[in-house]
Design a protein around this ligand. Structure first.
Ligand code: HEM
Length: 403
């Protein structure tokens, strides 16, 4: 347990680092910085997905499914090997971008993630395999493996079609889609179901089955949205819209069932956890609505050339849905100490930055003028978010508790 607490603090350390890197990226437009912008974006995105989210998710999965399996030593070795690859990326991407050593570290990371998947499949008991939460986590790990086809393909594409080709861009989008819409979100749903199951709150089979099928069919079909920038054949728009509607239906089925169980859930968890789950559900619902809007050909075109709307949407999902849920779960599993005060600061920073990103996106779309000091406002909002994250991190080392 003590070890897993430490691992969770390392994950929070990465969150702090990406917030600093994100802040630096936002300052680029205001002050001169001695870094290559693209290299810093690569560092930020790799440490975010592989340092923060991967480390936190695998710690949560190990805690819930593998901590009684007597594989502590194996897991420890794998953990440190994985950390070495992440630190390797952190030390190479800012200076070289995609080059020999950063590619070697990213490739070694992929092998580590396959090994984690193997540990999960091999060391879970027959009884654990019957749980709904297990089924979600198993398929989320499959999405993780599927997403890795993207980086493997990049190597081949770079030597054939080239890094300026459509194929290159689509391989990156494939990776990103199956990482966050597949692996991260379905694993988080699985961990949420696990928390319910531990409190003897079980979804009826007639709810779980349609939910599971619709959400997963949706994951596969909504990959189409990542291709809409190319103005593809109209069937891709149809598949993307069907996928988005299926996911909305899946959420509808889940929410209806959870609504009936909400009193039980309220009593079994802390007030803060319940509030964060309600918030994450709302933010996820809005993400699914944005996703559906993005399948309408007119909006698909508007969005694909509007970087602020894209970054706003991505960070809505990364910071609002994924990171908030991870923080809530780590706290629910008693791996980190989360207080109302720090969460509120984080959420204020999140909502302000999102409001500003979407505001700029709208001015670009509607061709209206932008507030003169916009970039300073964005930097100020980002620093509130950074302050929230610094507070969450520092709180782990404080002896006193309370809100
Ligand atoms: C904590 C505060 C954060 C700030 C201030 C921030 C800021 C930024 C900025 C300015 C960019 C560059 C956009 C561009 O020019 O392409 C970016 C990209 C990115 N960020 Fe963040 N970010 C934050 C947190 C996160 C988190 C928590 C995640 C994931 C869990 C994340 C994942 C990404 C990814 C994947 C990209 C690359 C997107 C692309 O290539 O299209 N960020 N971020």
């Amino acid at each position: 347990m003590q070890t897993l607490k430490k691992h969770s603090i390392y994950a929070l350390g990465y969150l702090l680092l990406i917030a600093l890197l994100g802040m630096a990226l936002r300052l680029f437009q205001l002050v001169e910085l001695p870094f290559d912008y693209r290299f810093l974006v690569h560092t930020h995105s790799h440490v975010a997905l592989l340092g923060w989210v991967y480390t936190a998710l695998t710690t949560l999965i190990y805690k819930s499914y593998l901590s009684n399996a007597s594989i502590h030593k194996k897991y420890q070795n794998l953990f440190w090997f994985t950390q070495a690859t992440i630190v390797g990326m952190l030390l190479t991407f800012p200076f070289t971008g995609y080059a020999l050593f950063s590619i070697i570290f990213s490739t070694l990371f992929l092998f580590a993630s396959y090994f984690f998947m193997w540990l999960f499949l091999k060391y879970t008991s027959e009884k654990q395999k019957e749980a709904h939460s297990y089924k979600c986590i198993r398929i989320s790990l499959c999405y993780m493996a599927i997403s890795s086809i993207g980086p493997w393909a990049l190597g081949i594409i770079m030597n054939t079609a080239g890094s300026g080709s459509d194929l290159y861009r689509n391989a990156i989008y494939f990776y990103l889609h199956f990482q966050y819409n597949g692996w991260f979100i379905i694993a988080l749903l699985g961990l949420f179901l696990y928390i319910l199951e531990q409190r003897e709150i079980n979804l009826p089979q007639k709810t779980f089955r349609p939910f599971f099928w619709m959400i997963n069919l949706g994951v596969v079909l909504t990959f189409g949205i990542s291709l809409l920038w190319m103005k593809p054949h109209f069937t891709i728009y149809i598949f993307s819209a069907i996928g988005s509607i299926l996911q909305l239906l899946a959420m509808g089925v889940l929410m209806k069932s959870l609504y009936a169980l909400s009193e039980k859930l309220k009593q079994a968890t802390t007030k803060l956890f319940f509030f964060l789950m309600e918030l994450v559900a709302l933010l996820f619902l809005m993400k699914l609505i944005f996703q559906l809007i993005g399948t309408i050909p007119y909006f698909a075109l508007v969005i694909s050339s509007n970087i602020d709307l894209i970054i706003g949407y991505l960070h809505w999902t990364f910071l609002g849905v994924i990171s908030t849920a991870i923080l809530a779960f780590l706290s629910q599993f008693k791996l980190i100490h989360l207080t109302k005060r720090t969460v509120i600061l984080y959420l204020i920073g999140f909502f302000l930055t999102e409001a500003l990103l979407f505001y700029k996106g709208l001015t670009v779309w509607l061709k209206t003028s932008l507030a003169t000091d916009y970039l300073w406002y964005l930097a100020a909002a980002s620093s509130i978010l950074l302050l929230g994250i610094i507070n969450i991190f520092i709180n782990q080392f404080r002896k006193t508790t309370g809100n």
